[in-house]
Ligand binder design. Structure first.
Ligand code: M6P
Ligand code: ZN
Length: 188
């Protein structure tokens, strides 16, 4: 029997994924209409400025049952007004599907919102692991001065539901206060 050794197509430690079955997406200021509190400020900003990028390793078909996807997201440091750059945030279309997030570089906060609108905020830093239960929307926020890079692993049939967030929001906003520290405010 001859067994050959293949090099892995994914390298986690540099914060980038490259190789077969890896998709790349980039989300800019112009894509995030009405996501930040200060929509009027967002409209004055360069629409091409990148807020975050996602590399997603999808070794099985999107939507297939039983598989897993693996992503790396890089959120730039920045803000719209006082509100830190963040992901759009989503529930899973299949509401009971869970996910892991883990910190690779930089620092931030993970907002978890369940269907009873109970909110939990968890810190993320290099090496930290966060479990996202089912029925829970999740949004990552870069509260640091550098790029926040985090990994994610989720079921291939989870899907993304952005609509519930667009309609009802996350319940809280994370802003940089006068001391330069993150502060969590109830959504107006
Ligand atoms: C992580 C995963 C992805 C998600 C990405 C960006 O990598 O949770 O499924 O797409 O973050 O988050 P969002 O889709 O909310 O913008
Ligand atoms: Zn998810």
């Amino acid at each position: 029997m001859r067994v050959s050794i293949l090099s892995p197509s994914v390298n986690l430690f540099n914060g980038y994924l490259a190789g077969n079955n890896i998709g790349h997406s980039s989300v800019s200021i112009g894509d995030l209409v009405e996501v930040f509190r200060e929509e009027t400020i967002r409209k004055t900003m360069d629409p091409k400025a990148v807020v975050y990028e996602v590399d997603a390793f999808k070794p099985v078909e999107d939507g297939s049952e039983g598989g897993l996807f693996f992503g790396v997201t890089r959120i730039n440091s920045g803000a719209v007004g006082k509100e830190y750059f963040m992901t759009r945030g989503h529930y899973h279309t299949m509401r009971n599907r869970c996910e892991f997030y883990w910190g690779i570089s930089g620092k931030g906060l993970l907002i978890l919102l369940d269907e009873n609108r109970q909110i939990k905020v968890e810190e993320i830093s290099p090496g930290s692991v966060n479990f996202i239960p089912g029925y829970t929307a999740h949004r990552m926020i870069n509260t640091g001065d550098g790029i926040l890079t985090f990994g994610a692993c989720w079921p291939s049939d989870a899907g993304h539901d952005y609509e519930a967030i667009r309609l009802h929001g996350f319940g809280v906003r994370v802003i940089k206060n006068g001391n330069g520290e993150p502060e969590i405010l109830p959504e107006a």
